[in-house]
Write a protein that binds this ligand. Structure first.
Ligand SMILES: Cc1ncc(COP(=O)(O)O)c(C=O)c1O
Length: 468
């Protein structure tokens, strides 16, 4: 194993003999240290890093409003771009599936469609025709769009078990019958979480009368843990990172015969994460019914990519060849989809510093999400910590007649991506953003950690909404 000499731009690549392309493992997002690659790939990566370093040299992430900002933007050049969705993915995210999710929602307490907000003043300031924000900050009383996914999967799994045991198709309308509840009581669901997904799974379990075991890593704040525990879930703290909590959740669930309800997928484990993603389609149908015109651009934040893939896939099914330009937005400290875009395959990236966008702090894409995004995402981009915080403040302090919106640290990241792209001539040109663009974004969470929200925005959510 001979390290190549460090090149003048700080790129160091370690060559491992006989290492296959698929074994590319560790590529650090912001300063590229080492990649374990074949000689062929090393050559390719080296060329890429050189270009990228040149690009980075011109970048300045210091302020959203700075006209010289130049976001990290990678156009998707994957061979699969614009290939049709796999049939199973199209079924998972199709219109019929969305109607099923909508029907399930009618059996949930606290269900009302979330608002679609027009930021007319901001759109005119930044030079686009429209910006619409689907505001998930109050979804099902749980504070994020994730409320739709995990709970839906839990309900579906309980109904499937009931159908098997009762020997007939059991409908969601029977969820609270004694026969179904007795079956649910014997089921335990488990998952690892940064906060929002676990809350959704725990709430779903409570609703049906099942048990939930939720695994949280050291970085999950006490406030977020308490928010999940209130649903009666057993909370299990795992030392280490999110990845450690995923591994521990799988191990413990296997040992006890519990069902893992994960929002990320891996080889051989696709169906349940697929149901979680399916749950998000109801939100998109709500938005589509309200949007005054089809969007031309979508900026969607990503952790493992499940949300972004659900949006990209569903919009592809709805709009076909006229689908909007789709941009995946990630924190620059945890950009596993961006890096996968660079390499052309899903890669696990090295852990870096934690990001305030805690819900997006993921280091390995969901396999199903990558399959969809490699076909239906047009670009991958990153935003900085400052971009995310600036956008939270911007949404809390709107200009003109725009409504105030409470967005948590991960909630405004899609909009942060748009503002970054608009601040760069190069990005605007590459993405075709201009005065006729109609942009759709989602505020994926409200103030899911109030203390952090107040520290960043300087006011409580209630004070911000008082100004609406
Ligand atoms: C508020 C919020 N936004 C965005 C995401 C990203 O979703 P995904 O991990 O499916 O990409 C998450 C994931 O937990 C989230 O909680």
């Amino acid at each position: 194993m001979d390290p190549l000499p460090d090149d003048p731009l700080g790129c160091r690549i370690v060559l491992l003999e006989d290492v296959e392309y698929r074994e590319v493992e560790a590529i650090q997002a912001s300063s590229i240290n080492a990649a374990h690659v074949t000689p062929k790939l090393a050559k390719m990566l080296r060329a890429m890093w050189l270009n990228r370093a040149n690009f980075e040299g011109r970048a300045d992430y210091s302020s959203v409003n700075s006209p010289k900002d130049n976001p990290m933007l990678l156009m998707n050049t994957h061979a699969d771009l614009n290939r049709p969705l796999d049939r199973s993915d199209a079924e998972m995210l199709g219109l019929e599936a969305a109607r099923t999710v909508e029907r399930f929602l009618t059996f949930r307490p606290n269900h009302t469609p979330t608002p679609l907000r027009a930021l007319t003043q901001l759109a005119s300031e930044v030079g686009v025709a429209a910006i619409h924000v689907k505001d998930e900050s109050q979804r099902l009383g749980l504070g994020s769009f994730k409320a739709l996914g995990g709970s839906y999967a839990v309900i579906r799994l309980v109904l499937e078990q009931a159908s098997r045991e009762l020997g007939r198709e059991v409908d969601v309308s029977e969820l609270q019958t004694p026969a179904v509840r007795q079956i649910a009581e014997r089921i335990t669901v488990g998952c690892a979480t940064d906060g929002n997904h676990g809350k959704s799974v725990a709430a779903g379990a409570t609703l049906v009368g099942a048990r939930a075991a939720i695994f949280v890593h050291s970085g999950v704040t006490d406030e977020r843990v308490a928010a999940i525990a209130q649903f009666g879930a057993e909370m299990i703290r795992v030392k280490g990172t999110y990845d450690d909590s995923v591994a521990e959740a799988e191990r413990v669930c296997q040992e006890h015969g519990w069902i893992v309800v994960s929002d990320t997928s891996w080889p051989g484990y696709e169906r349940i994460p697929g149901l979680v993603m399916q749950g998000y389609t109801a939100m998109l149908q709500e938005a589509l019914q309200e949007l005054p015109a089809a969007p031309t651009h979508v900026f969607m934040q990503a952790g493992v990519g499940g949300l972004a893939a659900a949006v990209a896939g569903h919009f592809d099914i709805v709009y076909g060849a006229k689908r909007p330009t789709f941009i995946v937005v990630e924190p620059d400290r945890a950009a596993c989809l961006y890096e996968s875009g660079v390499v052309g395959r899903p890669v696990k990236i090295e852990h870096g510093e934690p990001t305030i966008m805690a819900m997006l702090e993921c280091y390995e894409p969901s396999l199903v999400a990558w399959r969809i995004l490699s076909r239906k995402a047009d670009a991958f981009m990153t935003v900085s910590e400052e971009n995310a915080a600036d956008t939270m403040r911007q949404l809390a302090n709107p200009q003109g007649g725009d409504p105030a919106i409470v967005a948590g640290e991960s909630g405004g990241a899609g909009l942060a991506g748009l503002l970054q792209a608009l601040a760069s001539n190069e990005a605007r040109a590459k993405l075709g953003l201009d005065a006729s663009s109609r942009v759709f974004v989602i505020n994926t969470e409200g103030a899911t950690d109030r203390a952090r929200y107040e520290a960043i925005v300087g006011r409580s959510p209630a004070e911000v909404l008082g100004s609406r």
